[in-house]
Each structure stands twice: as structure tokens, then as C-alpha cells.
Design a binder for this molecule. Structure first.
Ligand code: NAP
Length: 281
């Protein structure tokens, strides 16, 4: 197949690019590093030249925080919406949209709302579509993976409040396997939550990451929510993950039923971290 892959230079995109190449597909990459700024492709017509001979589109472009140069609305909603409409007009039959867990009717953050807007637009179109909503994705090259690994190695592991926020990390290989299956699955027009096998408290996730990096379980430092809010606002320049809205999303929790994904894959997704992995995802 000829596959147009947006976000091809990113964490998820690079893993997908390798898997697509291994499976014998030809990849047309889209990212600024590949010379294409999607926010300039805000109408279907502008996408037409990119869709010649394309059999499937995977949209894996995204940002976790807005900047002065690009907004969630432009990158998550306007450009993908134009891309999906261009697929209908150009006869591209299949689209896989990488959304995010929480981009549903509980969404409150600008991030989730912009994802949900594009997901909803795609669901209206006469295409073989898949909307994948991954939880926290764990694996080599992930910005959040690196941040959580660093936090887990600190002499005292910092958590917000009691660290009981619930997350359900999924291994990058399971997300990639899901996308690959979407390229050929006969039953399309599906929304799937892409989550790991087990919901965990953040504090337990950090302890697992610590042990996986060869350290004994560590002391936990409980930080008051108000203090973390202040620190997050102060430290914004150091990581795109450090945003008040991202903290609010973490507080709200990020879990889902794994059964539909396991049924789709024909197997349970793997535990994203095991002590034997030696800290390397
Ligand atoms: N990682 C996770 O835990 C996670 C969880 C749930 C959902 N997701 C979603 O999965 C998708 C991929 O995430 P990721 O972790 O791979 O993020 P990432 O590593 O930050 O990659 C983002 C990709 O988007 C591209 N991009 C950003 N602005 C662009 C623009 N104006 N034009 C074209 N491409 C642009 C980037 O390429 P350039 O910078 O080269 O332009 C890069 O290839 C995102 O939609 C994200 O919301 C990720």
C-alpha cells in the first residue's frame, strides 16, 4: 500500500514508519522535518497533490501544548478535517486517526476538545475510518516516557497529592500493531481505546519505572496540588508536558476497558514495563 503518514518524524510516527516499511508499504511522510507544515494545508484542495496514488492515510501529527506558532485548533482540527475531506474527494478509501484517550463526551481541555472535533468530523464521512484513542504511550523516544523515567530515578519520587491518579499506559508496539491491523481490517468505522492491560496509580507506575531501571523501590514525596500547579506554571519553558491543563487531565484520570482492544488484536496488549526490561522501553 501507499500510505500517507502525518507526524512521521514524531515518537509514534517514527515507530509507525519503521513498521510500515517492514511490512512492505511505501510511506509518504508529512511533518515539518519532512518539509510539510500541515497548518498550511487547511483546505481539502491543498491536500490534493499529496494524495495522488495514496491507499490509506494515518494521521499521527499532534502537539501536547499550544505555542504562539501553532494552535490545537489549527493542527488537531482544521488541517485533519481538510485532509479527511480531501480523502473522500480523491478516492483515498481508508483513514486511521490517532486521537487521544479522553477525547469523548467527558473532554474539558482544549487538547481533548480539538481532537474530538476532528474525530467527530471523520466519523461523518463515507470512508473506512478508525479513530484510535491511546492512553499514555510508553516506549523508546517518547517525551513522556523520558520524563516519567527521570522522575522515577529521583532520590524521592515526586507525586501530586497521594499519587492516586489513575493511568493505563500502553506500549508503543501495541499501538503500532493496532494501527497496522486497521490498514486491513474488514470491519472499519470503529473507535478503539488503545490502553495497556492494567490501570495503575501514578505512584505505582513511577515505582515500576524505577525498579525497571535497576533501582529499589523509592521514597515518595507527596506534593500538594496547589504547589504543583504553581511549579507547573513556572517550569513551562522546560517541557511542553508542563502545562496546567495537562495536570488537570492527569488529575481527571485516563483509563478505559481493555477488552475491545484485546478482541481487535486477538491478544491482550503487553505490560508496558517489566523489571526485566532494565529501564529500556
Ligand atoms: N505519546 C503519547 O503518549 C500519546 C498519547 C495519546 C495520544 N497521542 C497522540 O499521538 C500523536 C503522536 O504523538 P507523539 O507522541 O508521536 O508526538 P510527537 O513525538 O511530539 O510527534 C508529533 C508529530 O507531529 C508533527 N507536527 C507537529 N506540528 C506539525 C505541523 N505544523 N505540520 C506537520 N507536522 C507537525 C511533528 O513533526 P514536526 O515537528 O517535524 O513538524 C511530529 O512528527 C499525537 O496526535 C498525540 O496527540 C500521543
Amino acid at each position: 500500500m501507499n500510505v500517507l503518514l502525518t507526524g512521521a518524524s514524531g515518537f509514534v510516527g517514527q515507530h509507525l514508519r519503521q513498521a510500515l516499511a517492514r511490512a512492505g508499504h511505501a510511506v509518504v511522510p508529512v511533518s515539518r522535518r519532512d518539509g510539510v507544515d500541515m497548518t498550511r494545508l487547511s483546505t481539502p484542495q491543498r491536500w490534493w497533490p499529496h494524495l495522488n496514488g495514496i491507499d490509506a492515510v494515518i494521521n499521527a501529527a499532534g502537539i501536547i501544548s499550544q505555542t504562539r506558532r501553532q494552535s490545537f485548533a489549527a493542527l488537531h482540527d482544521q488541517a485533519p478535517r481538510a485532509l479527511f475531506e480531501a480523502c473522500v474527494q480523491s478516492g483515498v478509501p481508508r483513514v486511521v486517526q490517532i486521537s487521544a484517550l479522553g477525547a469523548d463526551n467527558t473532554a474539558f481541555s482544549a487538547y481533548h476538545l480539538s481532537k474530538r472535533a476532528a474525530d467527530d468530523a471523520l466519523r461523518q464521512l463515507p470512508l473506512a475510518w478508525f479513530v484510535l484513542r491511546p492512553s499514555l504511550v510508553h516506549g523508546a523516544g517518547g517525551v513522556s516516557t523520558a520524563l516519567f523515567n527521570r522522575l522515577a530515578r529521583l532520590p524521592a519520587i515526586p507525586v501530586v497529592g497521594d499519587g492516586g491518579q489513575r493511568i493505563q499506559p500502553v506500549h508503543i508496539d501495541d499501538l503500532v500493531a493496532t494501527v497496522m491491523q486497521c490498514l486491513s481490517a474488514p470491519q472499519a468505522r470503529r473507535t478503539l481505546d488503545v490502553v495497556g492491560p492494567q490501570a495503575l496509580r501514578v505512584v505505582d507506575w513511577l515505582q515500576r519505572l524505577r525498579v525497571a531501571q535497576g533501582l529499589p523501590p523509592g521514597r515518595v514525596c507527596h506534593l500538594p496540588h496547589a504547589l504543583v500547579l504553581g511549579l507547573t506554571a513556572l517550569c513551562q519553558p522546560f517541557s511542553p508536558l508542563l502545562r496546567v491543563d495537562n495536570l488537570r487531565m492527569l488529575q481527571a484520570g485516563n483509563v478505559a476497558d481493555v477488552a475491545p482492544l484485546a478482541a481487535f488484536l486477538g491478544d491482550m496488549p503487553q505490560a508496558p514495563v517489566t523489571p526485566a526490561s532494565g529501564g529500556q522501553p
